[in-house]
Design a protein around this ligand. Structure first.
Ligand SMILES: *[C@@H]1O[C@H](CO)[C@@H](O)[C@H](O)[C@H]1NC(C)=O
Ligand SMILES: *[C@@H]1O[C@H](CO)[C@@H](O)[C@H](O)[C@H]1NC(C)=O
Length: 283
């Protein structure tokens, strides 16, 4: 009798349990189509983005009037830009983007090319110390506050090419790649030891500026572009060391100095520590 009761209880308990679990299964079904939802979401998202571009003022709430000449800073960053996990793409944004957008927390990669950003302030990246790569190619940046990048200790790649910079701010020490091609940089705007402590720097692009001298180049650099500047001379301490004839630069394997007034063959002692000669004028 005891055994019979026990079996009955067990069977009832099993029935109840399986009902519960099938309930759970059926509840899971509507939510178990992440692909479909996601596709639907991104198509809607792209449609609304296109609509916004075609008809900028029409669907704006009354509180934030945005005209065709309006400023992008009134709109949430992830409506203007494409935000994917950790990355923000704000390329050629309409309406014009004239300042750095507010970034979602944890942003690691920011691509803000071909906009009309004019200035970078210290507060722009104060809350996004997670950044690893920033690309501002093709903006109108003429001013960067000195502290703007200095707290970005994870930053590895920084591109400021095709802007209007006359001077460079402090740069974070862990950069592996820095690109400021096509600006208006003069030697007095580039602190003598700006790159000195950047022991991980591999590529340094400063072509098409107005530099009068070669800045201090760290040993880690492999590719150095200084073409089309206004460099008139080099000396033995530019790349090598006058007090150390055993000093070598094994990493440096591409140096472009073409398009400068300097005639490199006048300074043969200046390149003895290098395994390649700079590309440039020799007569
Ligand atoms: C290049 O430097 C010389 C002085 O060394 C200066 O006279 C000239 O204006 C500079 N050119 C440019 C384009 O900055
Ligand atoms: C050479 O001079 C530099 C400073 O110009 C100094 O840091 C370095 O220690 C000197 N090296 C030797 C071998 O004297």
């Amino acid at each position: 009798m005891k055994a019979f009761l026990f079996t009955c209880t067990l069977v009832l308990w099993q029935i109840a349990a399986s009902a519960r679990s099938s309930d759970q299964d059926s509840q899971l079904i509507p939510g178990s189509l992440p692909g479909g939802d996601l596709n639907g979401y991104s198509i809607d998202y792209l449609k609304s983005r296109r609509a916004r571009r075609a008809l900028p003022p029409a669907d704006e709430p009354d509180g934030s009037p945005v005209t065709e000449e309006g400023d992008a800073s009134d709109l949430p960053t992830c409506l203007l830009c494409v935000c994917l996990t950790g990355s923000v793409y704000c390329e050629d944004v309409s309406p014009d983007m004239t300042s750095v957008p507010t970034l979602p927390k944890e942003t690691a990669y920011l691509y803000a090319r071909f906009n009309k950003i004019k200035k970078i302030s210290s507060k722009d990246f104060a809350d996004t110390v997670t950044l690893k790569r920033i690309d501002f190619t093709g903006n109108q940046i003429s001013e960067i506050e000195d502290g703007a990048f200095s707290k970005l200790t994870l930053l590895e790649e920084l591109t400021l090419a095709e802007n209007r910079l006359v001077k460079l701010p402090m740069l974070p020490a862990k950069l592996t790649s820095f690109n400021a091609n096509h600006n208006l940089l003069k030697t007095k705007g580039v602190k003598a030891n700006l790159f000195k402590k950047m022991t991980k720097l591999v590529t340094l692009y400063l072509a098409n500026n107005e530099l009068e001298a070669v800045p201090h180049i760290p040993d880690s650099v492999r590719t150095l572009h200084l073409q089309n500047n206004n460099i008139t001379e080099v000396n033995i301490d530019t790349f090598c060391r006058s007090n150390d004839t055993y000093y070598l630069r094994p990493s440096l394997n591409e140096v472009r100095m073409d398009g400068n007034p300097v005639i490199l063959s006048k300074y043969p002692d200046s390149f003895t520590c290098m395994k390649v000669l700079p590309i440039g004028r020799y007569r």
